[in-house]
Structure formats: C-alpha cells, structure tokens
Design a protein around this ligand. Structure first.
Ligand code: UD1
Length: 360
C-alpha cells in the first residue's frame, strides 16, 4: 500500500510523527506499507516547523510545497495547485491528513478529486462554530473522507449524525498523546526557566493565537490586562505565535507577562507539566493538560474537544471579565476539576491506525 502523508502546520507535526514511527516499525516487521511525506510549507519558521521535525525525529519530507502564508483563499489555493502536481506525479492508494488546518482540507479535496481515497486522523471533532476556520476545515474534510480515525467515541457519533458510514469510523485514540507519552522522559528545561527563577507551580503558562482573541487590538489588550490582574504574584510565561507577537508590538505588556518566542516541543511540554495552570485558546493544549492533570482555562466560548472538560482538567472559561474573575477565584481556592485520562489516550493510537491500514 502506498500512502501520502500530509503535514503543514505546527500541530500537524506532533500528530504525523507517531504515525510515521508506527509505519516504520511495521515495515521493519515486513509490512508492505510505503509512504511519502509531504510538507505543504504552511508553517515555515524554524520555530514552528524545523524544530518539531528535529525534536520528534520526523524524517525529512519527500517534498516541501513551500506555499507559505497568505489569506485563507490564497493559501488554500496554493496548497491545492501544488499538491495536485505532487499527487499526479506520485500517485498513492490513500492520502492521510491529520487535524484541521488549511493544509488538511486543501489536500483532502485534491486527493478526492483525483479519485484517491482520503484518511482523516482526528476526524469528527466539532465546535459547531463556523467563525473558526478550523471548524470549516473539519466539516469539509470529513464530508469527503473515506476512512475516519477518531480520538473519542463521541467524535464517531458526530460523524454518524452527519451521515458517515459507521463501518468506516474507527476509534483509535489520540495520536497527539502518543507523542506526549513517547517524549515525557525527554522533556527539556528551557533556559528561561532559570532566567526567571521558575519552579514547579510558580507560574502560569499562556498561549493565545486564535484570530478572535488576537486580531482585534482592543480586545487583545483587554484580555491581557485582565489576565495579568488575576494572577497576582505568579508570572505568566507567554510563548507567542508570530501573528500574536505582531499584534502585541503595539501594546505595552504588563510586567508580569513574559512574552517569548514559540518554544520547541520538548521545552513547551516541560513548561506545561510544571505550570500552576495553563491559559490557552489552542485545541491541542486542552488535550495535553488533560493528560498531564494540569488545570487549564480555555479562553474560548466553545470547544471541539468536550471530553477535556467532561473527563479532563479543562474548563471552558470564555473571555468575559465576569467568568475569568470567577474562574481564577475558584482556581486559587483549589476548586478546579481534577480529571482523568480519556480512554485510548495512552500512547498506542498510531499503532492501532497502522494495524487497521494493514487490514485494508
Ligand atoms: C494555523 C492553523 C491553526 C493552528 C495554528 C498553530 C489554519 C486555518 N490555522 O494557524 O489551526 O492552531 O496554525 O500554530 O490552518 N506565520 C509566521 N511563520 C510561519 C507561519 C505563519 O510568521 O511559519 C505568521 C504569518 O504572519 C501568517 C500568520 O502567522 O500570516 C498566520 O499563519 P497561518 O498558517 O495562516 O495560520 P496560523 O495562525 O499559524
């Protein structure tokens, strides 16, 4: 079987790594499974791309489409044009996409139109919020997917509700957790840990990059000021995405918010593991804090990952002043949701995926 694997943006790399490692393991054991790894080039900064390949031992891609940044339409269009050429030159039995970024959707559409079957890893997640570009990517990708691999049973039910064939849906667990579990004993203390005299539980960790939180200057300023007032003596370590950094250049950051460049995977997870709590609008970090049992405040009005709330340590706190103040009050009084690890988030999802592929 020939597979084309797609990776384009930072969260894709953590998901594709364990799949590649599981394929390589199966190949060593004689499996007839071959892959080409395509990097679309959606993320190109070393800090958002190369360091993840290095840290997670992802092989050099067979091709990099080099599409770079742009508006949604222009980025998606560039990926489609370039990937069509790539797939025509190197036909595959299946194109495997992960997650919900523009590269995921663009490559799924190209594959399907070239009559190539599509596999979607992390299928069936839904926030039902069409203001999020990722929700559009998830819905469109799942609408043309042939084989769905899900992180939770609930994701499978959502797919069935929209007409997907239950026989094509496989609950395998969470490949992002495969990467987390595999790297827990390789975590690295970032230099800033000593520089700022941090210790376990002495700081908050924050990430913010959703357009709804960062693109509007006044809203970003309100949110940052409010959070800085709530944390009292604990600093907020804030590895900021380039798009957030651009926005923040215009703002004077409060002293207790320490903004740094995006961190390497092994350094970032080190900081998650040792944080007092995490403040985020990311999807994947809701899952990582759930696995690690660290309190997480999700600064969004909805989540496509409800099990991080029902089972895990995540709280959907939103962005209203009232809710944020109330949330910090509970947190400081020790009243936060001590969660559990959802089923099949134990590090073997990619093995289950490869097993299923070999049965096809
Ligand atoms: C993308 C994903 C988002 C994911 C995030 C993780 C989509 C729709 N969004 O958002 O789901 O959570 O990645 O980081 O696919 N930029 C750089 N260097 C880079 C890449 C981007 O500076 O290597 C800057 C550019 O100014 C660019 C902006 O970031 O215009 C946005 O990049 P883009 O890939 O469009 O979306 P992200 O916000 O990174």
């Amino acid at each position: 079987m020939n597979l084309t694997l797609i990776a384009g943006a930072r969260p894709n790399f953590m998901k594709i790594a364990p799949i590649i490692h599981a394929i390589n393991k199966a190949k060593k054991n004689g499996a007839n499974l071959h892959y080409r790894l395509i990097h679309t080039g959606q993320h190109y900064d070393e800090k958002l791309s190369k360091y993840f390949f290095d840290d997670l031992n992802i092989p050099h891609p067979d091709a990099n489409l080099g599409v770079g940044s742009g508006s949604h339409a222009s980025q998606t269009a560039k990926i489609m044009v370039a990937f069509e050429e790539e797939l025509k030159s190197n036909p595959a039995d299946y194109v495997l996409v992960v997650g919900d970024v523009n590269s995921t959707m663009a490559c799924a559409i190209v594959a399907k139109k070239l009559q190539t079957k599509v596999i979607h890893v992390e299928a069936g997640l839904r926030s039902y919020d069409l203001d999020m570009p990722e929700e559009i990517n998830r819905m469109l990708t799942d609408a043309i997917t042939d084989l769905f691999f899900t992180t939770t049973p609930e994701a499978g039910y959502k797919l069935i509700q929209t007409g997907s064939n239950p026989d094509h849906i496989h609950f395998v667990g969470n490949v992002m957790m495969d990467t987390l579990v595999a790297n827990l004993d390789r975590l690295q203390e970032p230099p800033l840990y000593k520089e700022h005299q941090l210790s376990k539980g002495s700081y908050y960790l924050m990430t913010l990059h959703r357009p709804s939180n960062v693109d509007e200057e006044q809203e970003l300023k309100r949110l940052i000021t409010l959070l800085s007032e709530q944390v009292e003596e604990k600093p907020i370590i804030f590895p900021a995405h380039p798009r957030t950094q651009k926005q923040l250049k215009a703002l004077d950051l409060p002293q207790n918010i320490i903004m740094v460049d995006p961190l390497r995977y092994l350094e970032f997870i080190f900081l998650v593991k040792n944080a007092f709590a995490v403040l985020t609008d990311s999807g994947g970090i809701q899952e990582e804090t759930t696995y690690l049992g660290i309190p997480c405040f999700t600064l969004r009005e909805n989540t496509e990952r409800p099990e991080t709330i029902t089972v895990g340590s995540n709280e959907l706190i939103g962005t209203s002043t009232e809710n944020i103040i109330a949330g910090f009050h509970r947190l400081k009084n020790g009243q936060w949701e001590r969660g559990q690890i959802p089923m099949y988030w134990e590090g073997k999802a990619a093995e289950r995926i490869v097993k299923k592929l070999l049965e096809l």
